[in-house]
Write a protein that binds this ligand. Structure first.
Ligand code: SIN
Ligand code: CO
Length: 399
């Protein structure tokens, strides 16, 4: 194995000989790869019953997809579900999907530590599916990269070719299922096997017996989303008097014509306002750290000062990262900045060295208490993160 330090091996989900450099060079965002399990047995961090329990919670996003094999009809139902819903399911051909399980379960979150070769701000969530025999979500494609980690049971994965928003979808279903599917690869995965798929690859997984799949999905904002969100942010700083100007006025030969020079002028205008690296990074940092579920990162009802926070810690409480929070940083030309849950926090030079540790959300939490007690600047930062809901007080007891 080249260039992999032991700390990058994480939980041991990836096989011992997995080479991240080779993967990034040859597969990431390019082509599918089936990574067969290594010698370490895969242990599911969650039981099917526990997963069903999570799907009954109001604040957790879950779906049931049922496929009638005789009619070929697909049904989608959105959670939360009840025990009764599960007891009424057919014996086969259904799949339960529970989103963002990394936010609710430490064991599931720790699976991410194997994937440190991708920046953590790219990761969206871990979705878990439990499928009964014959169950799956149907032939489809995603706009994002995904690692499909097989837990207990087996699944047959068929891959089609490259598809996109122009591909024909099945009518009369709320699921985005492909009408035609040409199988190019046909694989049966076993516990611990990992199937990597780049965006826009048709895929169709069908459970062979009861099966669990852990999908690590990534954030890939569309260009339309980037332009929309960046534009909305930038227009707030533009004064009314910033307007189109005639930079080289001339008597027009044909007064109805828009001269080609105009588009050059517009490009220059947009470049002046849009192409500022620090501004773009700041926007990107805020955008990519916006929580998946904003309602899980809420400011404290009453803001505390650093001393009040210290008192809580003295009474035995611990400060931990909110599992729904997202941290990233950038060392910009105008100074380092921390981006947390869609906010920008300019970082004093004394704290710059700390940023990698604060933002390594695959690693254990930094010692927030030590930081709170270190100096005034650090105390302000920790207190701000707590007050905005990005850090939580925890009594240390197990869930
Ligand atoms: C599954 O877990 O069966 C579906 C995941 C996916 O195809 O994205
Ligand atoms: Co998919």
């Amino acid at each position: 194995m080249s260039g992999v330090s032991p700390e990058r091996i994480g939980q041991g989900i990836l096989p011992e000989d997995f080479d991240p450099e080779n993967f990034l060079r040859n597969y990431w965002q390019k082509k599918p790869l089936l990574i067969r399990a290594g010698s370490r047995p895969f242990v599911d961090p969650v039981e099917p019953d526990e997963l069903a329990g999570f799907a009954c919670e109001e604040f957790i996003e879950s779906r049931l997809i049922i496929n009638d094999p005789s009619s070929g009809k697909w049904t989608l139902r959105n959670g939360p579900f009840t025990e009764r819903d599960f007891s009424e399911l057919p014996d086969t051909h259904w799949s339960l999907l529970v989103q963002a399980m990394d936010q609710w379960h430490d064991g599931i979150r720790s699976m991410l530590s194997d994937f440190r070769f991708i920046p953590n701000w790219r990761i969206d969530d871990i979705m878990i599916s439990f499928a009964s025999d014959g169950g799956g979500v149907g032939p489809h494609f995603d706009y994002y990269d995904v690692f499909l980690i097989q837990g207990r049971g087996r699944k047959r994965w068929r891959l089609g070719g490259h598809v996109d928003s122009t591909s024909t979808l099945l009518p009369n279903t709320d699921l985005r299922l492909l009408q035609t599917f040409n199988t190019e690869e046909d694989w049966i995965v076993e516990p611990g096997d990992i199937l990597y798929l780049p965006p826009n690859i048709a895929h169709h997984g069908v459970a062979i017996g009861d099966s669990i799949t852990y999908s690590i999905g990534f954030r890939t904002p569309s260009v339309a989303e980037i332009i929309d969100d960046l534009g909305s942010e930038l227009i707030q700083e533009l004064a009314e008097e910033e307007r189109y100007v005639d930079t080289s006025p001339q008597i027009p030969q044909r007064p109805g014509e828009i001269d080609p020079q105009i588009s050059t002028q517009l490009v220059e205008l947009l470049q002046k306002h849009l192409l500022d690296n620090d501004k773009l990074t700041r926007w990107f940092g805020r955008y990519m750290t916006s929580p998946k579920y904003a309602e899980l990162v809420t400011p404290t009802e009453e803001a505390l000062c650093s001393n009040q926070l210290r008192q809580h810690l003295c009474s035995g409480m611990l400060l931990i990262r909110n599992p729904a929070s997202r941290f990233a940083f950038a060392d910009n030309q105008t100074g380092a900045e921390l981006y947390v849950d869609g906010t920008t926090i300019p970082c004093p030079p004394e704290l710059t060295d700390l940023l990698p540790t604060l933002c390594d959300t695959h690693a254990a939490d930094p010692d927030w208490q030590a930081l709170l007690n270190a100096d005034e600047e650090s105390a302000i930062l920790v207190t701000r993160l707590y007050n905005q809901g990005s850090l939580l007080l925890d009594d240390g007891s197990e869930e």
